[in-house]
Design a protein around this ligand. Structure first.
Ligand code: GDP
Ligand code: MG
Length: 272
């Protein structure tokens, strides 16, 4: 399972991943805890970690991307990210073409790209639209409104609605996709996810006391946010979606849609 997180610096990307997996997988500089050397945040940097989810062990690779869109000229700032995703497809294809049948191929393909949207409450930035569009052609993109505690509930709802309208206007094809194999229940689940996207989330690596009990949360000007409370933010929905309901589908969609598209293009080019 490989995740990639994309968005501006300081939007809470490292914090959110650590909150989802309830451990300190990466520090704020994108390092895998203490045993990794400090890296420049200008490079794309995968870290690998084994997690246990529902008793199933899963190798999770998290790719920390440098904040982009911070410069005055953002032209081409997404190229390294797209290239990284395609490089993983390309490496997989090479192994597939040379590996003996039935031999296990190490999979570094990106299964999900969490796209962090600035909680401005206004609209997407033009660069968000360009980058999400490009990303959605090569990877499963899941947009999230970062640091949602900086918006009121009314602002959040209006912002979510606005973003959905903009994405649909710009024909950004967002995960999850419906396929003919989906049963009624899956179709409904996907529909409910699409109606919730972008997930308005809050991350925290610290505990705060609520009614004397420590919970993952943040103190804000409106009081204490309990990250795991559905009435406070959509963190729990995002976590369920990523680690339970759509885990397998993220992997399958990557292989059957994104990788397959890459593969047939490459093989066609070889023939010409
Ligand atoms: P990154 O650069 O996107 O990886 O951002 P970090 O995860 O390093 O977080 C940057 C800062 O934002 C830190 O001070 C975090 O404590 C803070 N932060 C992270 N998540 C949230 C959030 O959901 N709400 C608020 N208010 N602050 C957050
Ligand atoms: Mg970070």
């Amino acid at each position: 399972m490989v995740h990639e997180r994309v968005g501006q610096t300081g939007l809470g990307k490292s914090t959110l991943i650590n909150t989802i997996f309830a451990s300190h997988l990466i520090d704020s500089k994108g390092r895998l805890s203490a045993d990794e050397p400090v890296r420049q945040t200008t490079e794309i940097h995968p870290v690998s970690h084994v997690i246990a989810e529902n008793g199933v062990k899963l190798r999770l690779n998290i790719v920390d991307t440098p904040g982009y869109g911070d410069q005055i000229n953002n032209e081409g700032c997404w190229d390294p990210i797209i290239k990284y995703i395609k490089d993983q497809h390309s490496a997989y294809l090479r192994k597939e073409l040379t590996a003996m049948r039935d031999r296990h191929i190490q999979d570094t393909r990106i299964h999900c790209c969490l796209y962090f949207i600035n909680p401005t409450g206004h609209s997407l930035r033009p660069i968000d639209i360009i980058v999400m569009k490009k990303l959605s052609e090569v990877v499963n993109v899941v947009p999230v409104i970062a640091k949602a505690d900086s918006l009121t509930f009314e602002e959040r709802d209006a912002f979510k609605e606005k973003i959905r309208a903009e994405m649909s206007y710009h024909n950004i094809r967002l995960y999850p996709f419906d396929t003919e194999e989906n049963d009624e229940e899956e179709v409904q689940l996907n529909e409910s996810i699409r109606n919730m996207i972008p997930f308005a989330v809050v991350g925290s690596e610290r505990s705060v006391l609520i009614d004397g009990k420590p919970v993952r949360g943040r103190k804000t000007r409106w009081g204490v946010v309990n990250v795991e409370d559905e009435k406070h933010c959509e963190f729990v929905y995002l976590r369920n979606f990523l680690t339970r309901t759509h885990l397998q589908d993220l992997i399958e969609t990557t292989a059957q849609i994104h990788y397959e598209a890459f593969r047939s293009k490459q093989l066609l080019a070889l023939k010409e």
